[in-house]
Design a protein around this ligand. Sequence first.
Ligand SMILES: [Fe+2]
Length: 425
Amino acid sequence: MTTNLKLMVGDRQRELVRLFTSVRRTTIDLGQPLTDADATAQSMPDASPSKWHLAHTTWFFESMLLESHVPDYRVFDLHYSYLFNSYYETVGERLPRNQRGLLTRPKLQDVYAYRHYVDAAMSRMMEAPLPEQVLDLIELGCHHEQQHQELFLTDILHLFSQNPLRPAYRAVHRKPSQVRPEPAQSFLRFDGGLVNVGHKDVGFAFDSEGPAHQRYVEPFQLASKPVTNREWIAFVADGGYKNPLLWLSDGWAAAQTGNWSSPLYWEEQGGSYWSMSLGGFTPLDLDAPVAHVSLYEADAFARWAGARLPTEFEWELASREVRVRGNLASTRHWRPRPAGDAEVGLKQMFGDVWEWTSSAFAPYPRFLPAKGAVGEYNGKFMAGQFVLRGGSCVTPAGHIRSTYRNFFPPDARWQFSGLRLAKDI
Ligand SMILES: [Fe+2]
């Protein structure tokens, strides 16, 4: 029994070493196209500089693992915890979030040296068998870094969109595809009932995905695919942004203050729409899912379309029989694509765009944050934010599942956020 247990722990640790190595390498790859200047600038308080993402994900391993679990560990630089702590009150003081773009120093090469230093220390630590609680933290650190890989891309897109030259972050992979747009979406019916939702302790999940519990869901319909750019243009043309009756009060105020007349990054040129993408400024793909809309815009669109947003429990119930695959970051397309005609039933549930739900990001019954600093990871953000489901075209493969609850404030637009319509029965 003891031998088997040791073997199992060893297997898990070996798997985590592989995950750690792969995740850390992927982040380095994301940084390759960037100059120090690209990696230093901050385009808005919500978006962080690439350099900060590179360092903060490293600080997470240093602070949560090496400092606490390696007795003779010496931090790389005593100032870095102040610079690269994000929001952990229990860890200490930190640089205000809106000042991250002032970090012209350390240089980008110093941040890469920091990554190298921490990676070497982590590798040494992982040579010896580690207790489960340490393995849990390594796993959390890897998934944390994957979250930042997505933010790295959404933040660099926002930064480059502010540059009049509209640079491409990287030539986007465009393989010839058989993708043909469907003429229109259809609605699928679901019976609902008393259903099990939430993560059930098999494989990794963030604390906010549990505990698994039961919810009563009324019968409902869910669209076969997300709303497309073509459909969104019809909403714009019909005065969707000018009709207060379609909007929540806070949403209307946000739309007026922000002067919203289309999704973020759209621009009309000569009668057609173009959009900023990670591949530069390009014509809008009309049959691809709309992205970069806030919850407020998604909600107004749904009302205009005679539908509504799904709850997160409707979404999770519907996604249960859908394979977790799609246009994720690993396809290196890095923009939403039209639905293929090979699939039947629900399409694009995973990848392409995060789908806004009408559910507030709130604790599930019996939710308890973890003890210690990592308890600040999700729980303290459970006010004023809405849940998005399904991942996007810049979500790392292996980082998304049907129970995954992403969350953003209702006016956030710089993520790859779209929507799928639902209806009552
Ligand atoms: Fe973080």
